[in-house]
Design a protein around this ligand. Structure first.
Ligand code: SF4
Ligand code: SF4
Ligand code: SF4
Length: 188
């Protein structure tokens, strides 16, 4: 069974937001809401400044609070670990928005259902493509693949670099990790 993971290498990210734009185009996400955004935070002391770019999206928790609180089964998990939303079953109660520790969910004003990153499984990954955000990144800052494939790029990165997971202390076991930016500047 495949198990998909994504890694955001913050050392390579330039904050161009191409990922966010590609996601909107691919998934017809209306203006004002996002499945992914890249946040910028300045560090250091002038003139030794550096910007950290962090990705904000669903982190595909293995133990996902959004699924366990959903009263209708609209939030569900595939056998490959990807959490999805059946918009026909979603009653917009927003329990999952409150339960998600990553602020990853939003009400889609068009579908009137809760929405979030799907790892592009339904429209791309199930057909052997990479997610839209990964495919457009000009610096290859996003690495995506099957952790159960020993030859996958994600496994090579996991074996050679220090990958951290957001809010790991919560025990949600995210499948989206990041490589911390270590370039330049220093934290004030
Ligand atoms: S497309 Fe790549 S470089 Fe640009 S903001 Fe997204 S992750 Fe960073
Ligand atoms: S990040 Fe939030 S929406 Fe995504 S699986 Fe975890 S709890 Fe659910
Ligand atoms: S994996 Fe797909 S749905 Fe998720 S942020 Fe990337 S483009 Fe958007």
């Amino acid at each position: 069974m495949k198990k998909f993971v994504m890694i955001h290498d913050e050392n390579l990210c330039i904050g161009c937001e191409a990922c966010s734009v590609a996601c909107k185009n691919e998934n017809q996400i209306p203006s004002g809401v996002f499945r992914v955004q890249v946040h910028a935070k300045m560090k250091g002391v002038f003139p030794n400044l550096q910007t950290d770019f962090t990705r904000a999206s669903c982190v595909m928790c293995e133990d996902s609070p959004c699924v366990s609180v959903c009263p209708t089964g609209a939030s569900f998990k595939l056998a490959n670990g990807i959490t999805l939303i059946d918009e026909n079953l979603c009653v917009s109660c927003k329990y999952c928005i409150l339960a998600c520790p990553y602020n990853a969910r939003f009400l889609n004003p068009i579908t009137k259902a809760i929405d979030k990153c799907t790892f592009c499984y339904p429209n791309r990954v199930s057909d052997g493509l990479t997610p839209a955000c990964v495919s457009v990144c000009p610096t290859d800052a996003l690495i995506f693949g099957d952790i159960n494939d020993n030859n996958s790029e994600v496994n090579k990165v996991l074996a050679s670099k220090s990958v951290e997971y957001p809010k790991a202390h919560l025990g949600t076991k995210p499948k989206l990790g990041f490589i911390k930016n270590t370039k330049g500047g220093r934290y004030e």
